[in-house]
Design a protein around this ligand. Structure first.
Ligand code: SF4
Length: 339
């Protein structure tokens, strides 16, 4: 069995935008624009970034829930984007998703047991009798009682509803579980319980998570490797320790400056970086670094050519013209840009 579960190469998701003028051409929305990353089995890979960075669209394209415009995606030895018919149906068993909002992602008119069982029936997993046993087992696994299967979603708390969502995602024993902001709609006290449940299930069943979040505190708690996305592209990719200790891209540096550090030495030297303005539109983005309009270190060359994602240290890659091969970065030499 390969150590790599998922390989994404040069993934693009472009949507047709509005027509420019009555007889003009349609614009193109570059939601995801040349994204590449690997996810190892049994690990958690994080996609982080602001709203509109393309992280959710990337995950939905991996699951074939939105159409990719280009690139390749391999799940184990299978090429995902070329699958059709029965092969695609079987693929659905191998990839499941936990949605952000446990309030709206569960059908209020369907009993909790039927919600968890639905993917087993739809994808015809096992015999009907086995599915009953599996349904009860899944309730126990996520910390619910089997007799609660008869209840409707409104009879559960927010945390319990997310447990139902997790049970549903695990029903088909998927290879890959996409966790799309799985705790952002929950109270802080409940968030920790759900994150700990996800970690326990991962340890018990060797699950692989593609974890999407804008909350870097949550990402630091959950992820082994992290890709920072900005306007449809990965600007930095590293293991957790490397990224949180030494973010090399000015955008990652700004994002991480808002995360409290448990290390007093790091916390003392840390200043909050406030980025000016909003990300530009993903409609026909200009050439050069897409962060240039907000970057405190931008130089003329930044808007002239696209920075390439380069490996600076083993496993640590960054796309910035001003990061040196020795790991020098503009914010490390001129941190006065922070408040
Ligand atoms: Fe800033 Fe230039 Fe680096 Fe882009 S390439 S992040 S604009 S320094």
């Amino acid at each position: 069995m390969s150590e790599l579960l998922l390989q994404v190469r040069d993934l693009k998701v472009h949507f047709r935008g509005r027509r420019q003028g009555m007889f003009g051409e349609h614009s193109t929305v570059h939601a995801v624009d040349g994204v590449s990353f690997d996810v190892k089995r049994g690990t958690t890979f994080g996609l982080v970034g602001e709203s509109g960075s393309g992280k959710t669209t990337t995950a939905l394209a991996v699951m074939r829930l939105v159409e990719a415009t280009g690139g390749t995606i391999a799940l184990g030895d299978d090429e995902v984007l070329s699958m059709q018919g029965e092969a695609l149906r079987k693929l659905r068993r191998r990839m499941q998703i936990i949605f952000q909002d446990p309030y709206s992602s569960l059908n209020p008119r369907v009993r909790a047991g039927a919600i968890v069982r639905e993917p087993l029936d739809l994808l015809e997993v096992g015999e009907p009798g086995d599915r009953d046993r599996r349904e009860a087992e899944l309730f126990r696994l996520v910390g619910l009682r089997p007799e609660q299967r008869a209840l409707f979603p409104h009879q559960f708390s927010g945390g319990q509803r997310q447990r139902i969502g997790i049970a549903r995602a695990l029903a088909t024993q998927p290879d890959l579980v996409v966790c799309d902001e799985p705790v952002s709609a929950l109270d802080v006290a409940i968030q920790a319980q759900i994150l700990n449940l996800l970690r326990r299930l991962q340890a018990e069943f060797g699950l692989t998570y593609l974890f999407i979040s804008h909350d870097l505190g949550v990402v630091q708690h959950m992820c082994d490797e992290i890709a920072v996305m900005y306007l449809g592209q990965i600007v930095e990719l590293a293991d957790r320790v490397s990224l949180f200790r030494t973010p090399l891209h000015p955008y990652s540096w700004a994002l991480l400056s808002a995360v409290p550090s448990a290390d007093p030495a790091i916390a003392r030297g840390k200043k909050r970086v406030r980025l000016q303005g909003d990300p530009p539109s993903p409609i026909d983005p200009p050439k050069g670094c897409r962060f240039a309009g907000r970057c405190p270190f931008a130089e003329p060359r930044c808007s002239e050519s696209d920075p390439v994602l380069r490996e600076i240290r083993p496993g640590h890659r960054v796309a910035c013209h001003l990061v040196g091969e020795d790991g020098s970065a503009p914010h490390l030499t001129a941190p006065q840009a922070a408040e």
